[in-house]
Design a protein around this ligand. Structure first.
Ligand code: AAT
Length: 292
């Protein structure tokens, strides 16, 4: 209710609740896949919540969307064909639009309601869909990848929700095998990979699957997103056998791109220093992830 604090409890972070004060509920609905809620918060602007989990807020979406897009795209020379899984808000598309070398952007989002709601309430993210290079496919990512041509993509960005609900299959081995098949040799994957503080086992499982599946390099990077559980979120970066990729070194630096996205917005969070720093892990995490 307006004026109340919204608490998010979830089995992904048992015993913890995160809260934001609600100024106004703007939208509440239900699709075939999930509950969709948009509200105006008192401190983070508008907030998109799916099945009770914060997906983005106006204030800190930049950290997540810029990192998940530019970590992979700045790690390879001249990315041309890119696939986004999830990302129905358009924010990742908006970030990809900064890259002049990109000619084709496919996006596969399962839930049309997310797209429609973001068109109405998050114009600064939805603007990503306005890029003429974007081709939208509404459907399940597993089905989409099954039909994707082999070796088609230079980069695949998996901007998917937590693995409860429609994104369940997106952390399992067959999914990663389909991703690897759809990437060209030396192509790269950047996958939303949860929190170092909360999801050690999930990260270890994903890392183990990716090390088996991607014969190039596999690394974990992370960043700060205050409204995500524990305030951080990670990314798994993987490259397929072929031209070697050194993720730690952004050889296609963002500083050499045009400087604005397709809405004319300057980059807010990401830069080449943050890119390099994102791979530095706390000692406990180094130990936990080295046992995989
Ligand atoms: N950029 C916003 C951040 C997100 S949104 C995740 C999107 O993935 C949602 O729009 C959801 O509908 C979509 N999605 C979920 N499952 C599938 C699927 N099987 N195929 C295609 N799209 C899917 C992620 C925030 C992460 C939050 C971490 N706690």
């Amino acid at each position: 209710k307006t004026g109340k604090v919204l608490y998010y409890n979830n089995p992904m972070w048992p015993g913890e609740a995160h809260s934001l004060k609600v100024e106004k509920i703007l939208y509440r609905g239900k699709s075939k896949y999930q509950e969709v809620l948009v509200f105006e918060s008192s401190t983070y602007g508008k907030v998109l919540v799916l099945d009770g989990i914060v997906q983005l807020t106006d204030k800190d979406e930049c950290a997540y969307q810029e990192m998940i897009a530019h970590l992979p795209l700045c790690s390879i020379p001249s990315p041309n064909t890119v696939l986004v899984i999830g990302g129905g808000d358009g924010g990742v598309l908006r970030e990809i639009s900064r890259h002049r070398s990109v000619e084709t952007i496919h996006i596969c989002e399962i839930d049309k309601l997310v797209i429609d709601v973001c068109e109405e309430y998050f114009p600064e993210l939805y603007v990503g869909f306005g890029d003429p290079r974007v081709q939208l496919h509404v459907g399940d990512a597993v089905e989409f990848l099954r039909n994707a041509a082999e070796g088609m993509y230079d980069a695949i960005i998996v901007d998917s929700s937590d693995p409860i609900g429609p994104a369940q299959e997106l952390v399992e081995k067959p999914f990663f095998e389909m991703i690897a098949r759809a990437l060209r040799p030396g192509g790269v994957l950047c996958n939303q990979a949860e929190s170092l503080w909360l999801h050690t086992h999930l990260i270890q499982d994903m890392l183990a699957i990716c090390r088996e599946t991607f014969k190039g390099s596999v690394h974990y990077a992370w960043t700060s997103v205050p409204t995500y559980p524990s305030g951080v979120i990670g990314f798994l970066l993987c490259s397929k056998d072929g031209e070697p990729v050194n993720f730690m070194d952004p050889i296609n630096p963002i500083e050499q791109q045009e400087g604005a996205d397709n809405a004319g917005r300057e980059i807010k969070f990401y830069n080449s220093e943050i890119h390099k720093a994102a791979f530095a892990l706390p000692s406990f995490a180094k130990r936990e992830l080295s046992t995989v």
